[in-house]
Ligand binder design. Structure first.
Ligand SMILES: NC(=O)c1ccc[n+]([C@@H]2O[C@H](COP(=O)([O-])OP(=O)(O)OC[C@H]3O[C@@H](n4cnc5c(N)ncnc54)[C@H](O)[C@@H]3O)[C@@H](O)[C@H]2O)c1
Ligand SMILES: [Zn+2]
Ligand SMILES: [Zn+2]
Length: 428
């Protein structure tokens, strides 16, 4: 008899838990899990593998770490898959002082709830979830205001300077490990506050929808939610990494008639076409400023532009590429190292300059909706994935991404290969 998918997850979960849970006297021979076993599971320290960044600019080290049980309002998650995002690299190589280490990086993952702490009522063992770097407490003034997704709780309120909450459930060799942006998906298990967890369709393939934890929602939402691209409009997307490609997909989804893809690496154009780009500009081939090139292509500038590079020079260029009167330019690329500049006349002339975090999505509401859009084939995810690797190869993934190999759009790490194989068997 075919098991329901949820039951199947639980069965696999119990099998692997037997291998990894350390201090419990219960054994998980039977499926489904017994109630007592589940209660016990939530009280134990779990020993598991994680990729630890002990210090900046050094390779990650696969270590056995201890993951404490979830405390009040927390959820312990068995990670199944995680992407590697540029923000992880930014933390490792550029952004952070030594106070941000040792840390377990990763913030773009998907997994299964192993256990929940006191006070958690909306989630239970076996739920399929995506941990979120941006919380949605649903109570603060930002959560209550439909105009914003900047929840003021979660790790951001706690310790923004070090990109990690002061509290952590991870230890290794007697030392506390920080949990990067409150998530730490480069670990077989993690513990996350319930206000930073999205419950998703149990039928969703976790090795694909994990990408919705960051870059894809960021780019897609920047076009759809923040720029609010209109049917029949003209758009320009600067930078065609995963975020920019997702922005192209968002413009296409919103019905734009012309989508100009701009990148200094022309090898990105083929993939941009897959997501809906209609025109292609390589700044290196042009002698004029790109804003002039785009103005010529669009009778004075595009209706919407999106900067997905993280360069203040490109941000200015994207603004100047918008048509006067009503053009909207959205900053998506991340940098906190430089100031930007523009002539005030650009805004006086009627352009709007905006920025967005996580594509403007209220995270716990938006991510399950995006999962549904993927399941309904309205949003592409598979096309972003170029590499599948086990956690043990995380440094290879980082090297490839760091070196900017042209074909890398998203590096993808299977945390638990066997579990993933089981999931595939069920579905194919
Ligand atoms: N705002 C948010 O919430 C948020 C979330 C995630 C990521 N980000 C940021 O989004 C940005 C893009 O992320 P990604 O993962 O797609 O990065 P990526 O490095 O994969 O892609 C950047 C692309 O920009 C291109 N590029 C570089 N210089 C250019 C120039 N002068 N003109 C045109 N194209 C140029 C590169 O060739 C590359 O294709 C990063 O800055 C990242 O930190 C922001
Ligand atoms: Zn990210
Ligand atoms: Zn909030």
């Amino acid at each position: 008899m075919q098991l329901p998918f949820f039951q199947h997850y639980l069965n696999i979960w119990s099998k692997f838990s037997f291998l990894t849970l350390q201090t419990c006297s219960f054994t998980f021979f039977s499926s489904p899990l017994t109630h007592s076993a589940l209660i016990c599971a939530g009280k134990m320290v779990i020993k598991c593998k994680a990729a630890v960044a002990w210090e900046p600019n050094k390779p990650l080290v696969i270590e056995e770490i201890e993951v404490a049980p979830p405390q009040a309002n927390e959820i312990r998650i068995k990670m199944v898959a995680t992407g590697v995002c540029h923000t992880d690299l930014y933390h490792l190589f550029e952004g952070m002082h030594e106070g941000g280490f040792p840390v377990v990086l990763g913030h773009e993952g998907a997994g299964i709830v192993e256990s929940v702490g006191p006070g958690v009522t909306e989630y239970q063992t076996g739920d399929t979830v995506i941990p979120l770097f941006l919380s949605q407490c649903k109570e603060c003034r930002f959560c209550k205001n439909p105009k914003s997704n900047h929840c003021e709780k979660g790790w951001i309120a706690d310790r923004q300077g070090e990109m990690s909450p002061a509290e952590s459930r991870f230890t290794c060799k007697g030392k506390k490990l920080l949990q990067f942006v409150g998530t730490s998906t480069f670990s077989e298990y993690t513990v996350v506050n319930q206000m930073a967890v999205a419950k998703i369709d149990p039928a969703a393939p976790l090795d694909k929808v994990c990408l919705l934890g960051c870059g894809i929602c960021t780019g897609f939402g920047a076009a759809v939610n923040v720029a609010q691209v209109e049917p029949g409009s003209t758009c320009a997307v600067f930078g065609l990494g995963a975020v920019g490609l997702a922005a192209v997909m968002g413009c296409h989804f919103a019905g734009a008639k012309k989508i100009i893809a701009v990148d200094i690496n022309p090898e990105k154009f083929e993939m941009a076409k897959v997501f809906g780009a209609t025109d292609f500009v390589n700044p290196k081939d042009r002698s004029k400023p790109i804003s002039e090139v785009i103005a010529e292509m669009t009778n004075g500038g595009v209706d919407f532009s999106l900067e997905c590079v993280g360069s203040v020079g490109v941000m200015r260029s994207a603004l100047e590429s918008c048509v006067k009167g009503w053009g909207v330019s959205v900053i998506v690329g991340w940098t906190d190292l430089c100031d930007f500049a523009a002539r005030p006349i650009q805004l006086i002339a009627g352009r709007t300059w905006k920025g967005a975090l996580f594509g403007g999505f209220k995270s716990r509401d938006g991510v399950p909706q995006m999962v549904q859009s993927y399941m309904d084939k309205k949003v592409k995810l598979d096309e972003f994935i170029t590499h599948n690797m086990p956690l043990a190869q995380v440094n290879d993934a980082i090297e490839l991404m760091k070196n900017g190999k042209w074909y890398i759009y998203i590096l993808y790490v299977y945390i638990i290969e066997d579990l993933q194989t089981e999931l595939y068997k069920d579905k194919h």
